[in-house]
Structure formats: structure tokens, C-alpha cells
Design a protein around this ligand. Structure first.
Ligand code: GLN
Length: 292
């Protein structure tokens, strides 16, 4: 870079845009470039409008080159920076956890709307960063949360996030596919389990396929409802009668998840679309058969 070192913030932004070679839209590359310039040099949009002059040190140039190399290897910026935004807060991320998605913000938002003002006890299954229970603890005062994951590295990361956001959560290392869930008498259970089938994988981008944890993403094509069935079965012993189950789902299987819940002890299943018009959330109420 040294021969043509950009000497103003506008030129540096332009340089960064030109250096990014990944297969993304110009809008995405533009927003990525702003993110990088802000993260590395604390140059925000306002500084760019003012086009301040710059004099990058060689250490700064090196750091930029290294960063751009990682971006061009399709590494998600959130893993490079070590942080991702969710519901207005920053969460620590690393390749052991899925980067929180906007769809999951919609799931959290729905739960907040439905439970505001209530004193609730809930569990999140497959917690990842912990973004769901931590946000819910912040938004719902007086709540009590359990967060479950099968991977000790994940639990470590989620604990760090709980500490960062100063909420108290009971973490449980438990593999929901193989171990029973304790009886907790919960008001609701929430989960964003793996729901991408291997058939869907072909349509996904390299940044997700090559860098995000497969265990958080994929489920076998032959049994795409595996996690939903298992969680719904386990939840029966852990929910209060009248308690709810909230799922994030693959848009192709929303109706199947609802039907699955309704042949078990759940009633009043609802499918909700996300901001892109895709069936993304299914929830239902646990109703113990009074004649049983
Ligand atoms: N929404 C995520 C994606 O499409 C998948 C999350 C999940 O499998 N639970 O990348």
C-alpha cells in the first residue's frame, strides 16, 4: 500500500472498498468498509464527510492489510472483531458460536411483547452466545433464566456475555438429544436450534459454510424436525401447564413444526413471518390433558 498510501479518510474508505474481493453486493461491501474503517481507525461517517487528512503508520497499514486478508478469506467481520450486535447490545463471538441473526431479534421481540410485566422463569436451549436469555433478562425484569448448551466452549462464551451485560443466568451443560432435561416448572422454553438441512447448505454463502459452527446450523435432511421433536418431548416435564414453547424455524418446515406440536400436548400453535416474509417463528401452549 505504501506507494499510494491514502492520505484522507475518503481515499482510505475508497481503498478499502476496492480491496474487498468477496462475492457481496456493492451495498454490503460499502457497509463492511465503513465498519472496518471505524473499527481500526475510529473514522466514522462524519469524519468521512469532512474528509479529514490522514497519515497511517506502517503498523496501521499492516493491521489493515491483515484485516482485509481475513475478510477476503470470507471470514465474518464479527469473528475478526470478536463482537456482534444483537438487540442494541454487543455480544462476544468466536467460531464456537453462531453469529446472532436479525431473525432471532424478532423472536426475542415477540417474547418480550408477550411477557412484559410478568414474573417469569424460562429456559433457552442451544444458547450459543447467550443473546436470547441475556436480552430477555434485560428486557423482562424479575425473570429467572436457564441457558442450556451441549458444548463447554459455548457455555464459556455465553457466561462471558452474561457477565458483560451483568445478568444472572443458570447455565447448564446438557445435550438435549441425549440427556433428560430437569424438571424446572417453567413459564416458557425458547430455542433456535440447528435447522439448515444439507440440501439447503448449497444455497448458503462461504462466510457461513466455512466459518460458522456446523453443530449450530445443520440437521440431517432425513429428519429436519429432530431438534423440535426432542425439545418438545423434553419440555413436557419442564413446563408449567399453560406454559409456552417458542421456536425459530426453517421457513420450509414451519407448518410441520406446528403440526408436530399439536399432535403432542400443545395447543394454539401460531406461525409468524419474519421481516422478509418467511415463516420464521412457531409457538404453542402446553396444555396437559385434564382427563389424563
Ligand atoms: N438463520 C441461520 C442461517 O440461516 C440458521 C440458524 C439455525 O440453524 N438455527 O444461517
Amino acid at each position: 500500500m505504501s506507494r499510494n498510501t491514502p492520505d484522507s479518510s475518503k481515499k482510505l474508505l475508497q481503498y478499502i472498498r476496492e480491496q474487498i474481493t468477496i462475492d457481496e453486493s456493492p451495498e454490503e461491501i460499502n457497509s463492511l468498509s465503513h465498519h472496518i474503517i471505524d473499527h481500526l481507525f475510529e473514522i466514522d461517517k462524519n469524519d468521512i464527510i469532512l474528509d479529514r487528512s490522514l497519515n497511517l503508520s506502517s503498523a496501521e497499514e499492516k493491521a489493515l492489510e491483515k484485516f482485509l486478508n481475513r475478510i477476503n478469506q470470507n471470514e465474518p467481520i464479527q469473528y475478526i472483531i470478536g463482537e456482534a450486535d444483537f438487540y442494541g447490545k454487543k455480544f462476544i463471538v468466536n467460531p464456537s458460536v453462531l453469529i446472532p441473526r436479525p431473525e432471532t431479534e424478532e423472536l426475542v421481540h415477540l417474547i418480550v411483547q408477550e411477557n412484559k410485566g410478568k414474573k417469569i422463569k424460562f429456559a433457552d436451549i442451544g444458547t450459543g452466545t447467550g443473546c436470547i436469555p441475556i436480552t430477555l433478562m434485560k428486557e423482562l425484569s424479575q425473570a429467572k433464566a436457564y441457558a442450556i448448551d451441549f458444548d463447554p466452549r459455548v457455555i464459556r462464551t455465553a457466561k462471558q456475555n452474561a457477565q458483560r451485560h451483568e445478568v444472572s443466568i443458570d447455565f447448564m451443560l446438557l445435550d438435549i438429544l441425549r440427556e433428560p432435561m430437569p424438571s424446572l416448572s417453567l413459564d416458557f422454553i425458547v430455542s433456535n436450534p440447528p435447522y439448515v438441512t444439507y440440501a439447503d447448505k448449497t444455497a448458503m454463502k462461504a462466510n457461513v459454510i466455512n466459518h460458522e459452527p456446523a453443530t449450530a446450523l445443520y440437521v440431517k435432511d432425513e429428519d429436519p424436525l429432530l431438534f423440535y421433536r426432542r425439545i418438545a418431548e423434553q419440555s413436557i416435564g419442564s413446563l408449567k401447564p399453560g406454559g409456552k414453547i417458542y421456536f425459530e424455524v426453517n421457513e420450509k418446515y414451519a407448518e410441520d413444526v406446528k403440526a408436530l406440536l399439536e399432535v403432542m400436548d400443545y395447543v394454539d400453535g401460531v406461525v409468524i413471518k419474519d421481516i422478509n416474509g418467511k415463516d420464521r417463528i412457531v409457538y404453542a401452549t402446553y396444555s396437559r390433558d385434564i382427563f389424563a
